[in-house]
Design a protein around this ligand. Structure first.
Ligand code: MTE
Ligand code: MO
Length: 264
């Protein structure tokens, strides 16, 4: 029944669309409408761009853009599953020549005779932990695909104590009820903030080994963060101070316009 009916109506329609419908007059009208729409869109685009450019900045980023990043962060943290692990690889899959990237807060060398991890338990109450003591805690190795936000990645092998194990061992479980952990290099030139669920994730390490040997100086000796659920920007090298906070700690790359959460 349908096909003949359809064909009939089509034929009828095509007969109702005589050549004159596509006259130069109608083409001219359509061209003018398209042109006006184009101008309106261009003006709207220019107004949005100008608004973004002239808005006051929120932590280094124009407010509307920072608002997008904040929504991003809310979506990502809501989707974060603390039980889900990043893929791990066999040890021999790890590269031997590990890339070195980022040297903020890395000037000079560190002497472990005097270096201590400063753990701020409360204002005016700072615990000092030596590398030797950190090494006494159960060690975990991880081989995973380290991803930098610049677009490169490499499978690398790290060893250290899970941050959650360290927190339990040093009775910091009360502090770990707070929203964030902050990390700062000894010279305070590089600093990151980590949401607590990611900090307590089973694969997050206070790391002191790379490829089974002590961390090279330019890769964070004596202690760095390895946090496989996040991009490289959060893997702070050369930890000086660790603190707990309900407010978002200052974050080097977030201040320069990157996503604070930086999960993947
Ligand atoms: N102190 C410090 N840590 C840092 C950085 C930095 O500039 N300073 N850069 C970060 C970035 S962007 C990346 S990708 C990783 C790179 O670690 P790698 O040098 O061991 O490859 O370190 C992160 N940790
Ligand atoms: Mo990076």
């Amino acid at each position: 029944m349908y096909p003949p009916l359809k064909r009939n109506s089509l034929e009828k329609n095509s007969h109702q669309l005589p050549e004159e419908e596509l006259s130069s007059k109608s083409i001219a009208r359509k061209t003018i409408v398209s042109f006006v729409v184009l101008i309106l869109l261009a003006v709207a685009g220019w107004m949005i761009f100008n608004k973004v450019k002239t808005e006051p900045k929120l932590s280094g980023t124009p407010k509307p853009l920072r608002q997008v990043l904040t929504v991003n962060e809310k979506v990502f943290s809501a989707l974060f599953d603390p039980g889900k692990k990043v893929k791990e690889y066999p040890i021999d899959a790890a590269v031997k020549k590990v890339r070195v990237n980022g040297n903020a807060g890395m000037a000079g060398v560190i002497d472990t005779a005097t270096w201590r991890l400063q753990v701020v338990r409360a204002i005016g109450d700072t615990l000092q932990v030596s590398l030797e003591d950190i090494k006494k805690l159960p060690k975990k190795d991880i081989v995973f695909n380290f991803k930098c936000i610049e677009g490169w990645s490499q499978v690398t092998h790290w060893g250290g104590v899970p941050l959650s194990t360290f927190i339990d061992a040093y009775q910091l479980t009360g502090q770990s009820q707070m929203n964030y952990i902050g990390l700062i290099t000894p010279d305070k030139k590089y600093y990151v903030g980590i949401d607590m669920p990611s900090a307590l994730h089973a694969q997050t390490l206070l790391c002191y080994e790379m490829n089974g040997a002590p961390l090279p100086m330019n890769q964070g000796y004596p202690l760095r963060l390895i946090i496989p659920v996040k991009y490289g920007i959060k893997h702070l090298k050369r930890i000086g101070t660790l603190f707990f906070s309900n407010e978002k700690p200052a974050d080097y790359w977030a201040e320069r316009g990157y996503d604070y959460y930086a999960g993947h």
